[in-house]
Design a protein around this ligand. Sequence first.
Ligand code: ARG
Ligand code: ZN
Length: 645
Amino acid sequence: MARPSGGSARALYLACAVSRLALLVVLMFLFPAASQARTDARGAQRAGIAVTDLSGVLTSAAAGARFNVEGRVTAVGRKARKATLIAVLRGTGTSERVARRVVRKLKRDRARRFSLGVTLPARGLPAGSYRLRVCAQSRGRRSRCASRPLTITPPYVAPTPTPTATASAAPSATATATAPAVTATATPPTGLVGGETVGDRLFPNLGNTGYDAVGYDLALTYQPLPFTAGNLAGTATMTATAGADALAGFSLDLQGFTVTAVTVNGQPATFARFDAVTPGNDPEAHKLRVTPAVPIPARSTFTVVVAYSGTPPEIVDPDASSEGFLPTSDGAFVVGEPMGSMGWFPNNNHPTDKATFKLSMTVPSAITVVGNGVLVSSVTSGMSRTWVWNETHPMSTYLATATLGFFNVSTKTDPDGLPYYDAVDPSAGTAPNLASEQTVISVFESRFGDYPFSITGAIVDIAPTVGYALETQTKPVYPGPPSVSLIAHELGHQWFGNSVSPARWEDIWLNEGFASFVTELYGESQNPADTTAAYYNSVYNNNAAGSAFWTIPPGRPPTAADLFAGAIYSRGGATLAALRIITGDGEFFQIMRSWATDNKYGVVTTSQFVDLVKSVSTRPDARLDEFFQDWLFDADKPTITPANF
Ligand code: ARG
Ligand code: ZN
């Protein structure tokens, strides 16, 4: 089974779950305004259109932040086919539209769930208290709106250079070439920069706005030490596109390391590190703030090169598991879900900002480096060897790897021309189950469409202290020889999670629930008696009502520590297994295939999945809404089952 172990940590969190819930209830009574959407009285009773159940609004955000809000829209008393949702940010003297979206297929008196992408203005927004108000318009009918408080935090102002903070040499990929020290002559402009959060409820400090990363190109050298982190040094180049506003500055996520130089479009830039403990579930914000010598024009493509070196830090995630560039006996096991990638290269660390990924890593010549995508070259020079890997499909940063050590490599190409690259640590033996990769891929291809990437395979390392596998894009990484189920789980993620990626971390069941379900589907293909219906029954019947298992709704994990809780996997997987029984195979596999193909290489939210199910299935939309509410969002044992749907 693919249970990532957060082991003792998860047990601790489960033990705390009841007390956390109690605390939440107390807080909801004490601060009703903060925990509930306020609805305007105007027009509430009359026939019209109502927005209710608004959620996802950040309590505080920086100018330029992007986030999704969710809610329900109902055509009260009269049928309306569609409505236009408009979100407005209101404060003293400000009323600015921040999102707009048309919602179709409304039915009389039936609530329809919506998700709205909000982008706060990047400039001209004074810090202070605001409300985000969402209203619906439909043929001029009155709307009952819903709103939530939102505090705009003071903007980050680019630092004025001091003699010591002044930019230094242009970074260089080669250790020996030292460019002459250049002093930034122009006074860096001060002003607003992209926000330092993408507004993820579970990880309020991850990601940056103001730009869109297009590609990363790392040129690194690593000197392994047994069981201890060695030195990692080199440059990280990010190509990105500026957003709708010119950028006087921007930031990247990076934890640890010494940054020695930064250039933007080839010109030295000033930079500052920011390591602060801030409130929220992700306790720490780690930013590298860059101020280019001249502002980056709006919508232009720019290149930033960061030269850095140091010992990769262990990143401890909210469920207490370890991530990042983790030392093994002979190298490093490199994993980053949800946030470990900032522990080895500067990036926009959020799954919504997908980018291509090129890795050049120089190591002692006996060591193999396995990155994402295809191997471009592997050249020995003296005592060292440089491995170059290239992933040309968009990838979320958490899926990056550069796992290295002693490996036996075997390669093959299947009859469809898909190459396999299997790297196995000699101490892991032969990892015989890797022989099942090809069958797994062909079973999934028959159900969900072509394998979405150019290469597949496995990295089988020995990393007992990590204890979990990760679906690193194209070639999953395993902490020991994997079972066939684990292989199916991680390869299933290539469709669900890697090609079709979660827009927010709370959409994690779209990864883990799907991977769990498709593992069962693979099992059924090999043994028809092992049905996904039997899997559904075991999840439903083996967890009593009232047990802690049901307190974590897969569609809305309460905290960041719950991201990889068992229920995200198996209650999420059982939701799909139940849906299959409810819709029948014809509709169900049409849904799964459309999900994988329509959203290929994109990012998605749960409400998009619900919308897809309703558009394909002939079962009543309202009942399907109730089913998903019961299975994905309610914190107790569902009562809607395939038998009583
Ligand atoms: N996505 C991985 C899997 O397929 C689990 C990653 C767990 N990560 C963590 N930090 N606990 O099972
Ligand atoms: Zn998984």
